[in-house]
Design a protein around this ligand. Structure first.
Ligand SMILES: Cc1ncc(C[n+]2csc(CCOP(=O)(O)OP(=O)(O)O)c2C)c(N)n1
Ligand SMILES: [Mg+2]
Length: 279
């Protein structure tokens, strides 16, 4: 979570300097991403949206590779097949059908068919998501949908896009589901571990909805202060899962200042590498 935060901070800086064209921050969503990515394990094939930077880093995407697309150097940046981490998909919800189709095709060929699809709350309004959920349900596809609900589709609040939770909507398609706070990585890990076990054992889809607090604007091209109240932004900052989890582990005596210093040094080195490559 700390490494993802550092890479995200550096990418935002590089965008300000003009080295990147755009950056979509994952700050506030690290616990949801790390907890879910660790729970599903290395065999799962992941179909991300475009903000899953902590998942990408855990799958083995190098920070330089992660930034390449946003510098306009490539359409992807990493090897999707080797890492089992598909390219970021900016066409909202297209990855849901890619993921379900991939899982079905893998099963037909007798190959590993466990797929994880990440999606935002706003993108679930796309027809593709409904098609993907229905197809996954009727084909009993081994797909885990992970919806990070950060409450916003750019400036459109989630309350204006849906009348039920995503977890409830999934059940309407015949997909079992759970809802777990994205504040605590361990709670996310437990919930997603149970969900992954369900997908593997039942060979059936599952959806986990994870409410998260988006700390920054939608992207570096967005000024969230225009449409979002100061209190709401302050609440998101105060609920920061990275500092909360760091404080909790310190309080329990599980990590000490030497451990934090070592992580800091690792993050500094990564940031310097990124500066050299892109600035
Ligand atoms: C098909 C399509 N329509 C519209 C857009 C423009 N767009 C980009 S991101 C976004 C909001 C998505 O919100 P959400 O799914 O909640 O993801 P978040 O950015 O909050 O992580 C929109 C409308 C797009 N990229 N693709
Ligand atoms: Mg959103």
């Amino acid at each position: 979570m700390l490494v993802a935060r550092g890479v995200d901070e550096e990418a935002q800086q590089l965008q300000k300097q003009g080295a990147l064209d755009l950056w979509l921050s994952c700050q506030g969503q690290e616990a949801a991403q790390v907890g879910s990515a660790l729970a599903v394990g290395a065999e799962a094939t992941v179909f991300p949206a475009y903000r899953e930077h902590a998942v990408a880093l855990l799958r083995g995407v190098a920070p330089e590779e992660l930034l390449a697309q946003w510098a306009g150097r490539t359409f992807c940046g990493w090897d999707p097949r080797r890492l089992r981490f598909f390219p970021y998909t900016l066409v909202l919800a297209a990855q849901t059908l890619h993921g379900v189709g991939y899982s079905i095709a893998q099963r037909l060929q007798g190959q590993e068919d466990f797929v994880v699809v990440y999606i935002g709350d706003g993108a679930t309004s796309e027809g593709d998501m409904s098609e993907a959920m229905n197809l996954a349900a009727v084909e009993s596809a081994s797909v885990l949908f992970v919806c990070q609900n950060n409450g916003w589709a750019i400036s459109k609040p989630a309350e204006e896009q849906m009348r039920t939770s995503l977890a409830e909507r999934a059940r309407g398609f015949g997909i079992e589901s759970a809802r777990v706070s994205g504040q605590d990585p361990e709670a996310v890990f437990s919930s997603c571990s149970r969900a992954a076990a369900h997908v593997r054992q039942q060979r059936a889809p599952y959806l986990v909805e994870i409410p998260v607090a988006r700390i920054h604007g939608h992207s570096t091209s967005d000024a969230q202060e225009i449409y979002r109240s100061r209190e709401d932004i302050a609440r998101a900052r105060a609920a920061d899962p990275v500092s909360a989890y760091a404080a909790r582990l310190s309080g329990l005596g599980l990590v000490d200042s030497a451990w934090f210093d070592a992580v800091d040094a690792e993050v500094r080195e990564l940031r310097e590498r990124l500066m050299k490559e892109y600035a």
